[in-house]
Design a protein around this ligand. Structure first.
Ligand code: EPZ
Length: 416
């Protein structure tokens, strides 16, 4: 099992282009299924979840070619509607293929999705919404078999702004007869990117970027070439790396417009940040000053940067509270940080952290994608050597975290 080794106490300096967004490209790849033609996506990140989604699309008859960071998907002829069990269970995003396949083929067979173990992650809202649009869904030993005589536009109201459920509705409504109104929609930038792509494909959508989306379905889609936005969570990860290790860096294609409250929090912690168009410049000297933060749906502080905040608060000065309100099981990384000397007390949804200014290198285990990235960053701010095991989690969402941090001066490598 491969592991990442980090020698601590090397400050960072340099410039890096941020990869395309994992959480934007996966629904965009699902959207390509709607069109009996060709979809080209640029700035596609070369990550495991993209390779997995390519495998799923190919298993249903699509032709997928990834050349560099440009992905061409031809979905002219589909040969099946069943998502292979192994790939389906490898990531959460397989569930949004339900909406796309019901829109395209009026049938889909998918297993309960996998993905990071950060909570129970039910799919009740997905199933409720698709049934309202006209799907009949039977479940047998973890396999969902969905059929429809034709999806019909309707009004749907969500009690919680679920990102995945919003994307599932968008993908089904895009090919439904009539208009669908979704109230209580998620407003994450990745949802907006999907809306903009569907618009380019020929779908009329009103309210993009708000919590009320109005989608007029179509049967005619267009060939398009579309750009995947920079990954705001990867940007936030690398901003945290500079704050933990000290130094300065410039990140291009960094989606600063989607990091509003993150930049605000990091500046409160002592980072000097400048935004110039799609570029973020950051400089950090000394230890971060501790703050209290609560994760929330967009535009609040993103839950995907919660583990990085645990690290920054652990090497910071003073005491702070980090409240996780999105996923009930997302503090697993705290246990690993304890091995490095972090002073974190978990009380229900809250993590109380007393900054130690620095940590000690240790052998720690990646429990999930973002937790693994956070432990890697903790190694930058630790005395001695840190080994992060089970780092396959990290490969799901980061093209090459060692390559990227090494380009900024970190002493880090991966051992197979
Ligand atoms: C997406 O997950 C992202 N994943 C997550 O990123 C991200 O943390 C999350 O949105 C929140 O921003 C992808 O886009 C592939 P949700 P998703 O549905 O769609 C509950 C990463 O590290 N819920 O908004 O699964 C759910 O249990 C990953 O890149 C229901 O109760 O998130 C959770 O508590 C991790 N019933 C909350 O809503 C449902 O039917 C938010 O989930 C659906 C969700």
């Amino acid at each position: 099992m491969s592991e990442i080794i980090v020698q601590g106490y090397h400050s960072l300096k340099g410039e890096l282009e941020i990869q395309g967004s994992k959480n934007a490209v996966l629904p965009m790849m699902a959207a390509a299924l709607l069109h009996k033609g060709t979809t080209v996506l640029s700035h596609v990140p070369r990550i495991q979840d993209v390779f997995c989604m390519m495998g799923i699309l190919e298993s249903m008859g699509c032709a997928c070619h990834l050349t560099g960071h440009t992905l061409t998907i031809c979905a002219r002829e589909l040969t099946g509607v069943r998502i292979p069990e192994e790939q389906g269970k490898a990531m959460r995003s397989s569930i949004i293929l339900l909406g796309a396949l019901l829109g395209r083929s009026r049938e889909a067979v998918v297993h309960y999705p996998g993905g990071c173990s950060i909570g129970s992650r039910p799919i009740d809202m997905h199933l409720f919404a698709l049934k309202k649009l006209g799907a009949r869904i039977e479940e047998e030993s973890g396999v969902l078999h969905a059929r429809t005589k034709g999806m019909k536009g309707t009004v749907i109201a969500f009690s919680y702004p679920s990102v995945g459920a919003t994307e599932n509705v968008l993908l089904a409504a895009a090919a439904a007869e009539g208009t669908t109104v979704l109230r209580g929609a998620a407003r994450e930038p990745e949802v907006e990117a999907l809306c903009r792509m569907l618009e380019a494909m020929g779908v009329e959508i009103a309210g993009i970027g708000t919590d009320c989306l109005k989608v007029k379905g179509t049967r005619e889609f267009k060939d398009i070439v579309y750009d995947v936005p920079g990954d705001r969570i990867v940007t936030g990860t690398y901003l945290s790396a500079v704050m933990a290790a000290g130094g300065e860096a410039v990140f291009t294609r960094s989606s600063p417009g989607h990091l509003g409250c993150v930049i605000e929090v990091f500046e409160k912690m002592g980072a000097h940040i400048r935004v110039l168009g799609d570029t973020i410049q950051i400089a950090m000297a000394g230890s971060p000053g501790n703050v209290s933060v609560e994760t929330k749906p967009y535009p609040g502080f993103p839950t995907d940067l919660q583990s990085m905040m645990l690290v920054l608060m652990s090497v910071g000065a003073g005491r702070g509270c980090l409240k996780e309100t999105v996923f009930e099981g997302r503090f697993a990384t705290a246990k690993e940080l304890h091995k490095m000397g972090a002073a974190i007390i978990i009380e229900g949804k809250e993590a109380w952290v007393t900054g130690q200014r620095s940590l000690s290198g240790a052998r720690v285990r990646a429990c999930d994608l973002r937790g693994g990235a956070a432990l890697t960053i903790a190694g930058l701010a630790a005395e001695g050597e840190t080994k992060v095991t089970e780092c396959y989690h990290i490969l799901r969402g980061y093209e090459d975290i060692c390559r990227d941090l090494r380009s900024l001066g970190a002493d880090i490598w991966r051992e197979a």
